[in-house]
Design a protein around this ligand. Structure first.
Ligand code: COA
Length: 168
């Protein structure tokens, strides 16, 4: 079942993110890794900035989360995490499909360049990587992240974004 996360679920969202983010350990640049990967204060900040989390519930337990954030003229998919033990069972696909139905705006996703599984996951769902020049521009325009994270990230966009902004 996919449903909006309640504000009372802050702790479980935090747990899922930091459990799933273990996948990044040893993969993303060492200077970007920290434990926990996302501090409570950062998660709180993201929510205050308008990230709306949706959750996938199984047997009464939240097992995956994915956030949507409307920024200017686009929607960003933020913080997509499925519990490590529940990975590769189709939960991320269901969440992504559901979230795509929640917005009419072009969708953008940013992730670590080294997270090849995440890039493949989004590519398998029709997202395409934008050029390096474009991702640098987009990350600065729509995200609030450090310069070092811009360097080590990629951006993927859906067909609607390409139709609107890369039609030439
Ligand atoms: C990326 C992530 C959110 C995807 O969620 P997920 O639930 O594992 O995704 P799915 O199971 O739908 O799909 C993952 C793969 O499992 C495969 N799969 C789906 N259902 C399956 C099943 N029943 N049995 C076996 N494999 C299956 C899919 O083919 C898919 O392969 P692909 O990635 O090459 O397309 C999750 O793996 C995760 O949290 N990873 C760590 C954190 C991360 O990288 N987050 C992304 C940040 S932007």
């Amino acid at each position: 079942m996919i449903r909006p996360c309640a504000s009372s679920e802050f702790k479980v969202i935090y747990e899922i993110i930091n459990d799933a983010a273990q996948a990044y350990k040893g993969i993303i640049p060492a200077d970007r890794w920290k434990e926990p990967y996302m501090a409570e204060s950062e998660l709180r900040h993201e929510m205050n900035e308008g990230v709306i989390f949706w959750g996938y519930e199984e047997g009464g337990q939240l097992v995956g989360v994915m956030g949507l954030q409307n920024v200017q003229d686009v929607t960003l998919i933020r913080h997509a995490y499925v519990r490590t033990a529940k990975r590769n069972q189709g939960i991320g696909t269901k969440l992504l499909s559901f979230l795509r139905g929640q917005t009419a705006r072009p969708l953008l996703i940013g992730t670590w360049a080294n997270a090849v599984w995440a890039v493949r996951f989004y590519e398998n769902h029709g997202f395409r990587m934008v050029s390096v020049e474009e991702k640098n521009r987009l990350l600065k325009k729509y995200w609030s992240i450090a310069e070092r994270q811009v360097e080590t990230s990629v951006v993927l966009a859906d067909q609607k974004w390409f139709d609107l902004y890369q039609s030439e």
